[in-house]
Design a protein around this ligand. Structure first.
Ligand code: HEM
Length: 205
C-alpha cells in the first residue's frame, strides 16, 4: 500500500465497521467523508510515509508544520475557550523542540497567515484536523526511525504517545456533542485547505 492511501484505507475500514445500517452518520463520519480528498492530497503531497523521506525533507516539513501550528494553535484554543480540552493537545512546543534538536531556530521561521476561523464550532473543526494528525503521526514516526535523526527530534509526530488512542476517542466524543455540526465541517475544511496551501502551495517556503 502506498503512503498516499494508508489513511483512506484505514478510514474506510473504520467507517465500514462503525456505520450501522440506517443510522444517521455521526459528525465524525461526515467530517472524514467531507475532508477525504484534502487528507489524501496532503498525505501524497507531503510524502512522509513513502521512500522519498530523508532527514532534510523531514526538517523541511517540520518547519512548515511549525508555521501552521504557530498561527492556528493559539486561535483554535481561544475559539474553543476550554483549556482542559485544548491544553494537553497543544503541540507547538514539540515542533519548537524538534526543530531546535535539528539545529533550526524556530523564531526565525515563517508563520502561516491568520486562520479564517469564526466561533467555537469552526475552531473545533480545526482541532479535529490537528488532533487527527496524531493518528498518521504514528505511521510517520516508524518511517522516521531509519533516518538517523537525533532522538529528541520526533516529539511532534509522537503525538500523545501511549495516550494517542484514548485522547482521540475522548476528543471524538466531545466533537459529537457540538451543537453546530456545519460550523465544525467548515472549520475542518478551512484547516485542511489552509495547511495544504501553506505546505504544498506555490509559496511554500
Ligand atoms: C503522510 C502523512 C499522513 C499519513 C500517513 C496519515 C495517516 C493517517 C491514518 C493512518 C489515519 C487513520 C488512523 C486511525 O483512525 O487509527 C489518519 C487519520 C487522520 N488524519 Fe492523517 N495522515 C497523514 C497526514 C495527516 C495530516 C498532515 C493531517 C492534518 C494535519 C491529518 C489528519 C488526519 C485526520 C483528521 C484523521 C482522522 C480521520 C477520521 O476521522 O477518522 N493526517 N491519518
Amino acid at each position: 500500500m502506498t503512503g498516499a492511501s494508508i489513511g483512506a484505507a484505514i478510514g474506510a475500514a473504520i467507517g465500514a465497521a462503525t456505520g450501522a445500517v440506517g443510522a444517521p452518520p455521526s459528525l465524525r463520519d461526515r467530517l472524514r467523508e467531507a475532508t477525504r480528498p484534502e487528507h489524501e492530497r496532503l498525505e501524497a503531497g507531503l510524502d512522509l510515509a513513502g521512500p522519498g523521506l530523508d532527514a532534510a525533507r523531514y526538517r523541511r516539513v517540520l518547519a512548515l508544520f511549525h508555521g501552521f501550528w504557530a498561527a492556528w494553535e493559539p486561535r483554535v484554543a481561544a475559539g474553543i475557550a476550554d483549556p482542559a480540552l485544548t491544553g494537553p493537545r497543544r503541540r507547538l512546543h514539540r515542533l519548537r523542540g524538534d526543530l531546535a534538536a535539528l539545529g533550526e531556530d524556530p523564531d526565525a521561521l515563517p508563520v502561516a497567515p491568520p486562520p479564517p476561523l469564526r466561533g467555537r464550532g469552526e475552531a473545533m473543526g480545526a482541532l479535529y484536523v490537528m488532533e487527527g494528525s496524531t493518528l498518521g503521526g504514528r505511521v510517520i514516526l516508524k518511517r522516521a526511525e531509519g533516518l538517523g535523526l537525533p532522538p529528541d527530534a520526533t516529539g511532534f509526530f509522537a503525538g500523545h504517545g501511549a495516550e494517542t488512542g484514548p485522547m482521540w476517542k475522548r476528543f471524538v466524543a466531545r466533537l459529537e456533542a457540538e451543537p453546530d455540526g456545519d460550523a465544525v465541517l467548515r472549520g475542518a475544511r478551512a484547516a485542511f485547505l489552509g495547511l495544504e496551501a501553506w505546505t504544498l502551495g506555490p509559496d511554500a517556503a
